[in-house]
Ligand binder design. Structure first.
Ligand SMILES: [Zn+2]
Length: 343
């Protein structure tokens, strides 16, 4: 880890703030609380004072060994058309949150891609309305942005999920900015071992709110993290954290809308470059909210900047969709994936 080694030799708790210069955005660390840059409007851009290069060993996602071979170009229904590169609409990005897990050795500060937002793990689990950071018990959890604690404790007497004692030790923070469609924005930190803040407390970004645990319905220690807008007590009011958490420098996010008159839910998308091969999935239900700025039904964050092919195969390996996109550091690239009539 570049530039953070000093953090490991002090007992001071790092405050992690988001600042920025142009589109170069990264985490910065400070050991004394400093005022967080006010996010005056949805169009404001976080700025950065210090950048860190993520560890290369953690950059490359797991190669999917079971991936089917790349079909030949003649398999694609759009074989006569040149690949379309969708323009990037960076002006609607709203990366106003930082990761709730510090970028330190031994920590998983990347979002778990096996059970992404909206995912069902091929129908075996509930639709996921948050994301996981898989870490060992007692790993510190930090506030994703400045804000005020509106709940801290166990959700046994107040309903934040489908049922009581769902999230266990939970912290909910309201942030001083609104969603692109004008709703209040909250972040939730669930299944923790304990909480380190109290209701009404005002936090800076990067303050410790608790530690990773397995309280509530969790099976094994991890942090379940959510972005909610509007009525914070309605567990369905979530949005995809991939579109809110600031990408690391040199990393961007792919988002898109898969259209399919038969069933757009749970579609597998392969995203590959010459050095990265990953998979993502469209949301498993029509009840999963799309971001008001993007109207997506899938995302894939933490992609190193570069050219990627986005591929959808049929069950027998035939190409239903294949297109090239550019992932740009610090931005979202949006792609429309039209599968109507291709199956
Ligand atoms: Zn979860």
């Amino acid at each position: 880890m570049v530039g953070l080694s000093a953090c490991q030799t002090t007992t001071l708790e790092p405050t992690i703030t988001l600042t920025a210069t142009d589109d170069i955005v990264a985490l910065s660390l400070s050991f004394t609380p400093i005022p967080t840059v006010a996010l005056a409007s949805p169009t404001s851009v976080p700025t950065a004072t210090e950048s860190h290069t993520p560890q290369p060993t953690l950059i490359l996602p797991t190669v999917t060994d079971t991936m089917t071979p790349i079909p030949t170009v003649t398999d694609t229904p759009t074989e006569t058309a040149l690949p379309t590169i969708t323009p990037t609409l960076a002006q609607v990005d709203h990366y106003w949150l930082q990761r709730p897990i510090a970028q330190e050795d031994g920590n998983t500060h990347w979002l778990d891609r096996t059970y992404p937002y909206g995912g069902t793990q091929f129908g075996t689990r509930e639709v996921h309305l948050g994301v996981e950071f898989a870490n060992s018990r007692f790993t510190p959890v930090f506030s994703a942005a400045e804000g005020r604690v509106v709940f801290a404790g166990v959700d046994t007497a107040i309903l934040f999920g489908p049922r009581r004692d769902y999230y266990g030790n939970l912290v909910v923070i309201e942030h001083p900015f609104q969603s692109p469609d004008g709703l209040p924005v909250y972040t939730l930190y669930a299944h923790m071992q304990d909480v380190a803040v109290s209701e009404g407390q005002v936090l800076l970004a990067g303050q410790r709110v608790g530690r990773v645990g397995d309280s509530g319905i969790a099976v094994g220690p991890h942090l379940h993290f959510e972005v909610r807008v509007g009525d914070v007590y309605d567990y369905r009011n979530t949005l995809n954290p991939d579109l809110w958490i600031q990408p690391y420098r040199g990393f961007g996010t792919l988002a898109g809308l898969v259209s399919d008159i038969d069933n757009p839910n749970g579609v597998v998308l392969q995203v590959r470059s010459d050095r990265v091969q990953r998979e993502t999935y469209t949301y498993g239900s029509n009840r999963v909210n799309a971001d008001s700025a993007w109207r997506e039904n899938f995302t894939l964050g933490d992609l190193p900047a570069g050219q990627y092919e986005v591929i959808v195969n049929s069950g027998n390996g035939r190409n239903l969709f294949r297109e090239t996109v550019s992932i740009i550091g610090g931005q979202t690239t949006f792609i429309n994936v039209n599968l109507n009539g291709s199956r």
